[in-house]
Structure formats: structure tokens, C-alpha cells
Ligand binder design. Structure first.
Ligand code: 9MR
Length: 478
């Protein structure tokens, strides 16, 4: 059960191994499903799971809490409507390894057995995460934490081998906001390769489960966080790191609304050669507005052949972690809401998948501005610009976030130079063009962030190996 240190040849070569064969079978089934005439309303499926299954073998699932399995209103809806389950909390690290090397699976098993005894799929959630760590893990760092994390991944994935359709191997490892950096955490500080190490360990422990990266605020294609996850998956695929799927949590509300480019996000990830799954869907709101958003989400998934399933994050509104936002498909009495009707009819009506783009999108869009763009484009004056750098470092690497601030006249373009310490080199950069990767390195604006109004800022970032400490950037404006 050792952690593989070389790229998995099954992923570097076109030769299909067991996981690749499963994936290509799934694609074939989806393609065949897409060619079928969709059911007429006379014999349309009457439950979410049955309808999703008719759409190319997709699933429609719900997050389940073990302590609710004794609530008959809850289980009546669950058992009737869904064909996939994600344990809401019972497979998290604090639940399964409360003391180091002492594993408890009782509550997780109740949920897994509920699903597998009915032929439903199970999403394992989650093997490696900065949150809901048991106290002993929260207090660890460095190589001891890295080993403990890999041991956890190995032991839990081995225990459930053969029972899990998809694993959220790593959850929520990227930071919110501009820059697309990794989230700082004790796991991140063990080294930037902690994510791929977790995937390799999961692959060794359970070669048949699909291995997913899962995150929130990765729904809007233009957001830095989405782009950063996209680049990581692209990198993993190119180096043969075993990754099979990307989970978009899709918790939608007024602060993080359903984006009109959601379908582009789904199809762009799929074009990297991974499945995409909507893993924690909830949409705050009510009535027709909420129903329409659910319909849009379902239609977007159906339009992407490799969008293989949808999971809502709870059964009834009262079961939701955001119950005040009434974000689910059933009211607290288990009655179907308008959102349910819209979801089922979207599933029954179907949307013909379109081919994913064959070339990944170019450019590197940034987050939408929180304030509108300046009405008059800035012009270059004597004001110049300045740059500061902040570092998130670990033993052997770092992520640098560079803030470029226009002087008194605004910029049309900018160029930031800095000298990397000896032994350091840049592995990738975002929101800037780069020349050089060690020693003197220059970053220049990309098309969308050259214009900075007087006194305003933009950020770009880069990741490097070695130590990045002591860099002092200089900025020149054009
Ligand atoms: O729904 C879960 C809630 O019961 C827990 O208290 C919470 C604690 O972190 O986690 C919730 O589930 C989260 C999921 O595991 C990861 N994505 C965000 C979900 C909502 O917070």
C-alpha cells in the first residue's frame, strides 16, 4: 500500500487500465443515452433518481446524516427519490479517526449499508481536508502530519474498497478571492505536493473508486479559484497523477450566485478528461426563482456528457446546514417544492449533450471586479506603479501573491521585475505573463489587468520551488 512516487503509467499512456476502462465505458454509455429519444410525459420517470438514471446512467443523490435514518418522513423521501448518498459528516477525518490510528466506521457504515443494500452509489467524503480534523491532527505539522494524512487516506480507502463510487480525496484546498492560491493549512504547509500524494495513496488503496478533487466557489468559470483548480487538474492529467473527477459543491446564494457560465465550467473541466459531478447542491431562495435555478443547473449538467451526477446537500429544508435559506427540494414536512418539480421535469425533458471543447480555453480571467470598471480608461502619467509581494511558504516551495498598485495617474500596462533567491525557480504563474524562471524574472500584465486606475490595485501570483524569501519587486508602468 505504498505511496507511488512515479507517474501512474495508466494515466500517461493511452493504454486503458482498469480505471481508464471504467471511465471509457461510462462515456460510451452516456453517448448512447444521449442518442435515445427522451421519454414522453406519458411514461416519464416519477422520481429524481429514476429520471437521472435514464439520462445516460446518471445518479441523483442526497447528503445523509446517520442520525436521521430513524426519521420515517426523512427515509420515505430518501428511499423514494434518490439513488446516491454522500455521508454529510460521518466519513470526515474527525469521525473516522478520532484518536490517531483508532478508526471508527459505525456511523459511516450505517449510511454506506443503507445505500449499497439498495444498489445506490456512495460518494466518500472526504479523505484529506483542512477542516473537521480531530484534535490530534490539528496539532501536527511537517512530515509527521504528512505521514498521518497518508495513513488516514490509506486506511479509510482500504476499508471501503469496492463500496465507493467516487471519493472526495481532497476537499477545499484552494483559497477564496483573487490570485488562485492554495489555502493555507497545516496540510498545505507539509508541502505543495500534499494533494497529489493523497491521490496516489487513495489510488493504491482503492484502484476502482473514482478519485475526485472537490471544492466550492469553483462554479464561475472566470473566478481565479476555478482557474486555479482547472490548472491543477490539467497538471495532474499531464503528469499521470491519478485523478478521475472534479466535484463542484455548488452552494448557491446571493453572495455566490449560480453563474451564467456554469455550463462552460462543467464542459471545460470535462474536456481535461475527467468526470464532473455536482456534489453539494443547494440553492437559497424560494418559489419560481429558486425553481428556475435548479432547472438551469440540471440542464447544464445534462448538456455535458461527463457530468455524471448531482447530489443535493440534504433532503428537506430543515435538514440543511443552511436551513434558513430553504435551499433544498422538499419542505420540512417532506412535501415537494416548486424546485422539485422543476428539477424532475428538467431531468425528464433532457438536454442533448454537446461535445466538450477540444482545446482548453486560453487566457486567465480574473474574478469579476467588486466595483465597476472606471468609466474613463486610465492614461499613463508620471504616477508610475509599485508592487509588494506576500508569501505562503513551506519547506521546499512557496506561493507568492504580488499586488501591483497604480500611482497617481493610473496605468495602461505594467511590468514587475524581481530577483529570485539562489536555488528558487518559478513553476507556474497566473494573471501575468512571465519571462524567466530563476534569477531575474519579469512579469507583465495580461490583457485584462493592465489598466489600473490611479491608486487602485490588481494582483497576480506565482508558485515556486525553493525559498522565495527576501524578494523585493520593482514596478514600471506604461
Ligand atoms: O453540512 C455539514 C455540516 O453539518 C457540518 O457542520 C459542516 C462542518 O464543517 O460541514 C458541512 O458540510 C460541508 C461539507 O463537508 C464540505 N463543503 C461545505 C459543506 C457545508 O459547510
Amino acid at each position: 500500500m505504498s505511496n507511488k512516487t512515479v507517474p501512474d503509467p495508466r494515466r500517461l499512456m493511452a493504454r486503458p487500465g482498469p480505471r481508464a476502462a471504467l471511465v471509457s465505458l461510462a462515456v460510451g454509455v452516456l453517448a448512447a443515452g444521449a442518442a435515445l429519444t427522451f421519454a414522453s410525459s406519458a411514461n416519464a420517470a416519477t422520481t429524481l433518481g429514476a429520471s437521472a438514471a435514464e439520462r445516460g446512467g446518471r445518479y441523483f443523490g442526497a447528503a445523509v446524516a446517520a442520525n436521521k435514518l430513524s426519521d420515517s418522513v426523512y427515509t420515505t423521501v430518501l428511499n423514494r427519490e434518490f439513488n446516491q448518498i454522500t455521508p454529510e459528516n460521518e466519513m470526515k477525518i474527525d469521525a473516522t479517526e478520532p484518536q490517531q490510528n483508532q478508526f471508527t466506521f459505525t456511523n459511516a457504515d450505517r449510511i454506506v449499508n443503507h445505500a449499497t443494500s439498495r444498489g445506490w452509489k456512495v460518494r466518500g467524503h472526504t479523505l484529506a481536508w483542512h477542516s473537521q480534523q480531530p484534535g490530534w491532527m490539528q496539532n501536527m505539522s511537517g512530515s509527521a502530519l504528512r505521514s498521518a494524512m497518508l495513513n488516514h487516506v490509506t486506511r479509510v480507502a482500504t476499508y471501503y474498497r469496492g463500496k465507493i463510487d467516487s471519493w472526495d480525496v481532497v476537499n477545499e484546498a484552494f483559497a477564496d478571492g483573487n490570485g488562485g492560491a492554495r489555502r493555507d493549512s497545516n496540510l498545505q504547509r507539509t508541502g505543495n505536493d500534499w494533494i497529489e500524494a493523497a491521490f496516489r495513496a487513495a489510488d493504491a488503496a482503492d484502484p476502482t473508486a473514482k478519485l475526485c478533487y472537490n471544492d466550492y466557489n469553483t462554479d464561475n468559470w472566470t473566478w481565479d479559484k476555478t482557474q486555479a483548480v482547472y490548472r491543477m487538474v490539467q497538471d495532474f492529467k499531464s503528469r499521470g497523477v491519478p485523478i478521475d473527477c472534479v466535484g463542484l459543491q455548488s452552494h448557491f446564494n446571493s453572495g455566490s450566485p449560480y453563474p451564467s457560465n456554469y455550463r462552460t465550467t462543467l464542459s471545460s473541466f470535462a474536456a481535461l478528461g475527467v468526470d464532473v459531478q455536482i456534489t453539494e447542491l443547494d440553492i437559497e431562495g424560494s418559489g419560481t426563482t429558486q425553481a428556475n435555478t435548479y432547472r438551469n443547473v440540471v440542464n447544464d449538467c445534462l448538456a455535458v456528457a461527463r457530468c455524471t451526477g448531482i447530489t443535493v446537500w440534504g433532503v428537506r429544508d430543515c435538514d440543511s446546514w443552511r436551513s434558513g435559506g430553504t435551499p433544498l427540494l422538499f419542505d420540512c414536512n417532506g412535501n415537494k417544492k416548486a424546485a422539485y418539480d422543476a428539477t424532475l421535469s428538467a431531468l425528464n425533458n433532457g438536454v442533448t449533450p454537446t461535445n466538450p471543447p477540444t482545446t482548453p480555453p486560453t487566457g486567465n480571467p480574473t474574478n469579476p471586479p467588486t466595483t465597476g470598471p472606471p468609466t474613463n480608461p486610465p492614461t499613463q502619467g508620471p504616477g508610475g506603479c509599485s508592487a509588494t509581494v506576500s508569501l505562503n511558504s513551506w519547506n521546499g516551495g512557496f506561493v507568492a501573491t504580488v499586488r501591483v498598485t497604480a500611482g497617481s495617474s493610473g496605468t495602461n500596462g505594467w511590468s514587475v521585475g524581481m530577483t529570485l533567491p539562489s536555488g528558487a525557480s518559478v513553476t507556474n504563474a497566473w494573471s501575468a505573463n512571465r519571462s524567466g524562471n530563476s534569477g531575474a524574472v519579469t512579469f507583465t500584465n495580461v490583457s485584462y489587468n493592465g489598466r489600473i486606475a490611479a491608486g487602485q490595485s490588481t494582483e497576480f501570483g506565482f508558485q515556486g520551488t525553493g525559498s522565495g524569501s527576501g524578494m523585493s519587486p520593482t514596478c514600471s508602468a506604461s
